[in-house]
Design a binder for this molecule. Structure first.
Ligand code: HEC
Ligand code: HEC
Length: 196
């Protein structure tokens, strides 16, 4: 009963009052993705400075169920396409946070680069893993998140892009960890000259 009463002002509020500004909606996101862009948990991805078109596609994929995640599905449920566009613009303009993850040791780096060069991950994710358009930035993303999401492609749990799914299925689970460690350990700032 109490809950019903306290909910009344929201029911009565005109639609315009409910339509939050992008900044207000973004505070909800900050609860998990971090107030300063550093996520509260290592399995939650950085979205500050991520590619706009990639963010937009993911929000939409969560909404229509092409990418399955209960937490994000509940979040996007109330969002319209216009809200998503505003959020994608808002977060893509933020600066990627420095997470201070440790650079991969040489043996791990060698293992990672073996696979990366064989499958030419640069071809889509760009030469510094900075991403482009719907291809996400991977550089200095959270290590645990990277491992989780690559494993999800590998097992077919994440099935919203067939090419990534088949690439990850062509690898063994043991091959994923060094890649996650390597990508996470790349400095958040971009180098001025190409170095891999
Ligand atoms: C309760 C915690 C929580 C909240 C609040 C939340 N997210 Fe997320 N978000 C997650 C988790 C966890 C994932 C990773 C899902 C997975 O593993 O597939 C995620 C994934 C994402 C992704 C995919 C990123 C990538 O690299 O693929 C985007 C984009 C995103 N969230 C945007 C948002 C936006 C915008 C909001 C606010 C409207 C928001 N999230 C609110 C927990 C949250
Ligand atoms: C044919 C182009 C292409 C190639 C080659 C490619 N990727 Fe991707 N990758 C994508 C696209 C596009 C997405 C976003 C898929 C979606 O819409 O969810 C993606 C997503 C990812 C993600 C998820 C990032 C996130 O924030 O959730 C990871 C991790 C990843 N790729 C790693 C790799 C690695 C490692 C390789 C090399 C072994 C690779 N990719 C090769 C196109 C590619």
């Amino acid at each position: 009963m109490l809950a019903a009463i306290s909910a009344l002002p929201f029911i009565w509020a005109p639609r315009a009052a409910l339509a939050d500004s992008v900044e207000e909606t973004a505070t909800t996101c900050a609860g998990c993705h971090g107030e300063n862009g550093v996520p509260i948990d290592k399995t939650i991805p950085v979205i500050w400075g991520q590619r706009r078109e990639y963010i937009l596609k993911q929000l939409w994929d969560f909404k229509i169920g092409h990418r399955k995640n209960e937490t994000m599905a509940a979040i996007v449920d109330a969002l319209t396409k216009t809200d998503m566009e505003a959020l994608a613009s808002y977060f893509s303009k933020k600066q990627w946070p420095a997470l201070g993850q440790t650079p991969a040791p040489d043996d791990v780096k060698t293992k990672a680069l073996d696979v990366i060069s064989q499958l030419n991950c640069w071809g889509c994710h760009q030469d510094q893993f900075q991403g482009d358009y719907v291809r996400p930035r991977l550089r200095s993303q959270q290590e645990e998140y990277l491992l989780k999401t690559m494993t999800d492609f590998h097992t077919g749990e994440r099935a919203n892009f067939p090419a990534m799914e088949s690439l990850m299925k062509s690898l063994s689970e043991d091959e994923l960890k060094p890649i996650a460690t390597y990508l996470a350990g790349l400095p958040s700032e971009m180098p001025t000259i190409g170095q891999k």
